[in-house]
Design a binder for this molecule. Structure first.
Ligand SMILES: Cc1cc2nc3c(=O)[nH]c(=O)nc-3n(C[C@H](O)[C@H](O)[C@H](O)COP(=O)(O)O)c2cc1C
Length: 188
């Protein structure tokens, strides 16, 4: 079941979609080149193609390209300083009106995570780069973003993803840990 690195490398050569997944990295430094309308649209289409529990699609996306606003967000958010130099950022928000209830009440977090990863993968596929910066569940960061973006009370800012053309090429980290794979029962 566990393939060695040369087999994975061959698979990457044969399959560009697989290569895209394996070579994505977080990108925090950008050139000044703008992200085109077509690229923005492609990122949002990818986001909304994500799976979601009961197909609720409980997301909204705020696309930010106003330089002053990007700078203000970067200034006020401790772990999103790179937004100041990004041409674009997408704030992925949950829409409480489409959240499930009971035991499924927190499924929206998984739904928005799937949409966020789709944005990052689509960005990489388009020659762009981005980084997931965490808002939810930090109430102070969420309040900052809600206020700056004038979000209505039913929207929960989940993360902020600065996007742009990477300033430098990056080598993905090796995160492969075969000892974390278990066959049928844990420890086998
Ligand atoms: C839930 C989550 C929260 C993250 N928050 C931040 C953040 O606030 N700021 C940041 O620079 N990177 C953030 N990251 C990016 C991670 O640091 C990054 O994915 C990790 O170091 C692995 O690097 P890679 O994305 O290049 O593989 C976050 C990633 C995830 C999935």
């Amino acid at each position: 079941m566990i393939m060695d690195k040369s087999e994975i490398s061959m698979l990457m050569d044969e399959n560009p979609a697989y290569r895209n997944i394996m070579e994505r990295t977080s990108v925090r430094r950008f050139t000044s080149q703008p992200v085109s309308e077509l690229q923005r649209s492609a990122l949002l289409h990818a986001a909304m193609s994500a799976p979601s529990g009961v197909n609720r699609q409980p997301w909204e996306f705020v696309v930010i390209d106003r330089t002053e606003l990007l700078r203000e967000l970067a200034e006020k958010l401790p772990y999103a300083k790179m937004a100041a130099n990004a041409p674009l950022a997408i704030v992925v928000c949950g829409n409480r009106d489409r959240f499930l209830s009971g035991d499924d009440a927190t499924l929206w977090e998984q739904d928005l995570s799937a949409a966020s990863e789709n944005i990052l993968l689509a960005a990489h596929a388009l020659g762009l780069g981005g980084v997931w910066t965490c808002l939810y569940p930090h109430q102070d960061r969420m309040d900052t973003v809600s206020c700056l973006l004038s979000l209505p009370p039913n929207l929960v800012p989940f993360n902020l993803i600065p996007v742009g053309h990477p300033l430098t090429a990056a080598t993905p980290m090796d995160k492969w840990h075969p000892e974390r794979v278990h066959r049928n029962t844990f420890g086998e």
